[in-house]
Unconditional design. Structure first.
Lengths: 248, 193
């Protein structure tokens, strides 16, 4: 079983060697494969981590097929290939599981974006690189896209708070731009909140409208929108269109 | 309007919180999702009725009209926190129809804002969805601030909201001038604002 994504999911040859290895392996790249023969050789905490990962991946996989409201624990454990007992050993309910899956997905997206930034030069280029990296990954992983971009708002107050927290974390990154912004009557960080809210709402729109696989094509437009107040229309357009449009 | 955490629950307790027996509730709505959709539609209709007059005459410059409506809308939302709560917290999780209903509102407002593109030298080069992105962000901001306990100070967001809506089609310096000009629009003056 795979996440039906464009990101390869290599079979797990062995278990992660340390507490950080499972995370570093990437969220969708984790595997559904059963533990190798001789499972008793693995410490309890490693087995627990493996089971937890499978539950989280099952949660994301089942979300690619149905929305949060229809995603039952029953459906989730079937997708994860774990027992009901295993599920409840890790999470008290569906909501807690999906919130944990969201946290893991965001962590993964941020890691990937940070890695992509190594090749970027200057603030504006970094904004474009981060947008492109994130949208390419979301386009290739429908379950992650649905969880991170649309369904998180359906999870209730805790899910909506997660979204606000994420936007708040990104605001300081955008605030690095005003050095390039002409003097203006508007203040930071409210302008950055407005810009990021627009981008998030557009991504939500595409995913909830069933166009998640085309998200990568939006990267230049969203980058241009984010840069426009800082660079003006002509320069924002030039920077945003420097790269070929992903997915085309 | 606050929906129960589990929307699959019986509607009785929700109806009771509105002072109604469950049968009365079901005479009007099939379920909680239908009630949320109806409440959202009613709120939109009310906002439209109050805000459209603020647009003023059609020959008024579009940036001034935008500024007038934004100021009016943020003032209304600050005085009616229940509307922001419905839009930002309850409606998104009310059911499968919520996203498309919300996007229809974004599309309507984006179509209105598109008038600025026609008057802009670089309008044809702007991203096709500029207006949708801007409107989507603007609609999301009040909820974000309200959940931070700043719902009563929503009117303070007006400069940034207006800027976001104007700046794709207006020179940055011109957008600043519109924001800094504190004179009320003619329509707002006529309405005593």
């Amino acid at each position: 079983m795979s996440l039906s994504s464009g990101v390869p999911s290599p079979p797990l040859k062995g278990l992660p060697s340390g507490p950080s290895a499972s995370l570093a392996a990437g969220f969708p790249a984790a595997s559904f494969t059963r533990l190798p023969i001789g499972r008793n050789q693995f410490p309890r905490e490693v087995l627990d981590q493996h089971h937890r990962n499978r539950v989280l991946i099952g949660a994301v996989a089942s979300l690619a097929e149905c929305g949060y409201r229809d995603a039952s624990v029953e459906r989730l454990i079937v997708a994860a290939g774990v027992s009901r007992h295993t599920f409840y050993a890790h999470f008290p309910d569906k909501e807690a599981c999906y919130l944990a899956a969201y946290d893991r997905a965001v962590e993964w997206l941020e890691q990937e974006a940070t890695a992509a930034l190594a090749g970027a030069d200057g603030w504006a280029d970094k904004v474009g690189t981060a947008v492109e990296s994130t949208l390419v990954l979301l386009a290739a992983n429908p379950g992650v896209a649905r969880l991170a971009a649309a369904e998180i708002l359906c999870i209730g107050p805790a899910g909506q708070a997660r979204r606000r927290t994420l936007v708040d974390r990104l605001i300081p990154v955008m605030c690095l731009g005003p050095a390039e912004r002409p003097a203006s009557a508007v203040s930071t960080p409210r302008l950055e909140l407005a810009l990021l809210s627009g981008v998030f709402s557009m991504v939500d729109r595409e995913v909830s409208g069933g166009r998640g696989e085309r998200l990568a094509e939006l990267a230049p437009d969203l980058t241009e929108f984010l840069l426009l107040p800082y660079l003006g229309p002509a320069k924002a357009r030039r920077v945003a269109r420097r790269r070929p449009v992903p997915g085309r | 309007m606050t929906l129960p955490a589990d929307l699959g629950r019986p509607t009785g307790p929700f109806a009771a919180s509105a002072g109604l027996p469950a049968p009365s509730f079901h005479r009007h709505f099939d379920d909680l999702e239908a009630a949320a959709l109806a409440a959202y539609g009613r709120a939109l209709a009310w906002l439209r009725a109050v805000l459209v007059p603020l647009l003023g005459p059609a020959d008024l410059a579009w940036p001034i009209r935008v500024r007038a409506v934004v100021g009016g809308a943020l003032g209304l939302l600050a005085n009616h926190p229940d509307l922001t709560h419905l839009r930002a917290s309850e409606f998104p999780r009310s059911g499968a129809a919520a996203p498309s209903r919300h996007q229809a509102v974004v599309d309507q407002l984006a179509a209105v804002l598109r008038v600025g593109r026609a008057e802009c030298a670089w309008g044809a080069q702007l991203p096709a969805d500029s207006e949708r992105i801007a409107i989507g962000g603007v609609l999301w901001m009040p909820g974000h601030r309200a959940r931070r306990g700043e719902g009563g100070r929503l009117p303070a967001l007006a400069p940034e909201v207006v800027y976001l809506l104007l700046v794709p089609c207006l020179d940055i310096a011109d957008a600043d001038r519109v924001i800094l000009d504190q004179r009320p629009s003619p329509a707002a003056s006529a309405l005593g604002r």
